[in-house]
Ligand binder design. Sequence first.
Ligand code: HEM
Length: 157
Amino acid sequence: MGDFYLARALHVLGVVLWIGGVAFVTLVLLPALRRGVAADERVAMFDRIEGAFANQARVTTLVTGLSGLWLIHRLNAWSRFGDPHFWWMHAMVAVWLLFTLMLFVFEPWFLHRWFHARAARDAEGTFALIVRLHRVLLTVSVVTVLGAAAGSHGWHF
Ligand code: HEM
């Protein structure tokens, strides 16, 4: 029994640290860099600061994903994926997959180099692209948190 509650607690902690970090980067760090740092230094500085968060995000996506899988198993909830009322279950997996691909596959594989090469050519445009990307990720994450928190406590959309 305890394992179920522990999984839920770890799931929520993982989401708080991970999505909270995305919110901080999007709403605080990026605007501060835009205001306070010259365009041609922004991407490099962002890279240095967010690099530390990327490590935290790798651990928290793992914790969130593993605890989430355990919750599905213990709730015997696989059939929810066939029911559109549980769109927030699909959303959780989609958000998780998106971040996992970004953090573990695309970023180390080619995205990092691509952003630096692009920043050398067009510093302003590359920073604007980073801002847009973070806004989209944060929006999708926030909708997912709202849907999952309300849906898992009984709100039938
Ligand atoms: C592979 C990825 C994931 C899986 C398998 C998963 C699975 C689950 C399951 C089974 C529950 C319990 C639902 C219930 O009690 O009826 C849950 C709760 C929840 N999940 Fe996820 N999840 C995943 C990723 C995420 C992500 C990325 C987010 C945030 C963006 C998220 C946010 C939440 C929230 C807010 C709750 C409600 C917690 C509560 O109020 O008790 N999950 N998740």
